[in-house]
Design a protein around this ligand. Structure first.
Ligand code: IPE
Ligand code: IPE
Ligand code: MG
Length: 236
């Protein structure tokens, strides 16, 4: 596929189905998460090839903290290992890493690794990879409402200054264009507290394949499906 204007500028993915993939094979759930890391590599490569500018991956939700402690800790360990193993590739691939979510809830060591790689890759200008970690859209929007209320109290804004662009500017995703294409794997038809504000006009593609089975070709197929859509944005 060539880099035509109909290549989505921003793709967001709800990476779902790791647990089911493991269960089908009689493996512990953590093995499914481990296998999912390979799919992350695949989609980064596919996005680079297509010329996609932003890729946001939903890796851990606010609600995922409620899973059994052993699974949460396996996920955090895996995340840290993934980041450490990926840092040189990200530099080589000219990928800029960013993160959204309540990052202060992450274990200190994971947070340090994340901050280090974000700083190292800050000047890369190829793909921007945004990891949603400890992320929940309701929490994000609530935090933005508080920041705006504080700004009004301190006289930086009046009530009349509050409009959609101002709200956008107070979200974790400030400065990042809204996703054009939202993909969810494993066939689930729900949003699960992901980017509620930002996906207002995203095209949704639900893929039956479980996340650890997702390969470059599946991303290309989702983009082809996106290209068949007629985006109207409420107009005619
Ligand atoms: C997605 O896979 C990864 C995370 C939510 C962290 P799941 O762990 O949700 O896998 P299923 O949905 O139980 O199969
Ligand atoms: C959404 O998947 C969160 C991530 C992919 C990180 P979940 O598996 O947590 O969502 P539900 O529970 O099916 O809605
Ligand atoms: Mg799930």
């Amino acid at each position: 596929m060539s880099n035509t204007p109909s290549i989505p500028q921003h793709i967001a993915i709800i990476m779902d189905g790791n647990g089911r993939w493991a269960k089908q094979r009689g493996l512990p759930r953590a093995q499914g998460h481990r296998a999912g890391a390979e799919s992350v590599r695949e989609v980064i490569d596919a996005c680079k090839e297509l010329g996609v500018k932003y890729l946001t991956l939903y890796a851990f939700s606010s609600e995922n903290w409620n899973r059994p402690a052993a699974e949460v800790s396996a996920l955090m360990t895996l995340l840290q290992k993934f980041l450490q193993s990926k840092s040189s590739d990200l530099m080589r691939q000219n990928v800029r890493l960013q993160a959204i979510g309540q990052l202060d809830r992450l274990p200190n060591s994971t947070r340090r690794t994340l901050d280090k790689i974000i700083a190292e890759t800050a000047n890369n200008d190829g793909l921007t990879l945004i990891l949603a970690l400890s992320y929940g859209a309701r929490e994000e929007i609530t935090a933005a409402a508080k920041k705006i209320a504080q700004g009004v109290l301190e006289g930086r804004w009046t009530i009349d200054d509050i409009d959609a662009p101002l709200v956008s500017s107070q979200l974790d995703t400030a400065g990042i264009p809204d996703p054009d294409l939202l993909i969810r794997t494993s066939g689930e038809m729900r949003v699960s507290n992901f980017l509620l504000w930002q996906i207002s006009y995203a095209e949704m593609v639900i893929v039956d394949r479980l996340w650890p089975e997702f390969r470059q070709g599946d991303l290309f197929d989702a983009v082809k499906e996106y290209q068949r859509r007629h985006r109207r944005f409420g107009g005619l």
